[in-house]
Design a protein around this ligand. Structure first.
Ligand code: PRP
Ligand code: URA
Length: 213
């Protein structure tokens, strides 16, 4: 895949270890759900080290007052792409319990692989927040591109996209369509199959999270 300045692919042994278990077809729904959350927390920590809105605050220790840097109140919104993105929300809430959540419902047409939007409910004031768009799977990139475009139409200016597994086709598509959006991917897989599934991938993330198949 071509190099993109706005694409960050994690190559962390701890994340690689957890993804190996995630891929295993024998991994239970409970373990799958827990791993998605854990990986998301690790990714969030890595993704935000230079990008969290902060403010200065005076803190009084038992000895003296000092100026500290803290995360600005109400500065972050999480936007999962339904359904599978829901599995990543708690992994961010562990770090930012007060983050508001917006939902964008999209499903892929099985024939054309084009995303269809069926739901959208976003928090008031989202346009002024750092928006973390999350979906475990970045396959053709259609869902992510459309979700980001929708958020930009609503006035969002500070958007980051996080996926656990990316296919080269999807990563390139989002990176090129939205050069102002950083795309964080835990691992880059080989390719898509003829049905738009990522190889080796992990199968259908929504079905594995919610037990629908
Ligand atoms: C999956 C996945 C992404 C999308 C990725 O959702 O969770 O949203 O496919 O594919 P793309 O990059 O080619 O757009 P799906 O449409 O299967 O819906 P679901 O989460 O409700 O199962
Ligand atoms: N959506 C999934 O859940 N898995 C894939 O491999 C591709 C899209």
């Amino acid at each position: 895949m071509k190099h993109y300045d706005n694409v960050i692919i994690f190559d962390h042994p701890l994340i690689r270890h957890k993804i190996a278990i995630l891929r295993d077809e024998k991994t239970s729904m409970k373990e799958f759900r827990e791993l998605i959350e854990e990986i998301t927390t690790l990714m969030t920590y890595e993704s935000l080290h230079d990008g969290v809105p902060t403010v200065k605050k005076i803190v009084k220790t038992p000895l003296e007052e000092c100026e500290q840097t803290v995360v600005a109140d109400n500065a972050i919104a999480i936007v999962p792409i339904l359904r599978a993105g829901l599995g990543m929300v708690n992994g961010i809430h562990v770090l930012f319990p007060g983050a508001r959540v917006g939902h964008i419902g999209m499903y892929r047409d099985e024939e054309t692989l084009e995303p269809k939007e069926y739901y959208c409910k976003l928090p008031d004031g989202i346009e002024d927040k750092l928006v973390l768009v999350v979906d475990p799977m970045l396959a053709t990139g259609g869902s992510a591109c459309d979700a980001i475009a929708l958020l930009k139409k609503r006035g969002c200016k500070n958007i980051k996209f996080m996926a656990i597994i990316g296919a080269p086709e999807g990563v390139s598509k989002v990176a090129e369509a939205h050069p102002d959006v950083n795309v964080y991917v835990s691992t880059l897989d080989r390719q898509l199959n003829e049905h738009g599934y990522i190889l080796p991938g992990l199968g259908d993330a929504g079905d594995r999270l919610f037990g629908t198949k």
